[in-house]
Design a protein around this ligand. Sequence first.
Ligand code: FES
Length: 102
Amino acid sequence: MAFVKVASLHELPPGRARIIRAEGESIALFNLGGEIVALGNVCPHEGDSLGEGTVEGEIVICPGHGWEFDIRSGACMTIPGESVPRFPVRVEGDAILVGLEE
Ligand code: FES
């Protein structure tokens, strides 16, 4: 696994989300009160962008049809068994790095 710089911390204030693309993956970054979490951006329902969803606490609501996902785990709260992948994250200074398979 390689950690790749994908964004700067100052660009992602607490409570906000951002979509980045790295190594062919579309990834949604979330800042949960200072903790950065990276999830697969593509909703397993019909592919809308979770990074454009509404964040309520530690839940993101898909802008497509309202499926809710637990940001910490990537698990779908609306349809049991559905989920998006979670990627490992490192923060080094102002740099946000995401771990990706090589
Ligand atoms: S595309 Fe996400 S709920 Fe339909």
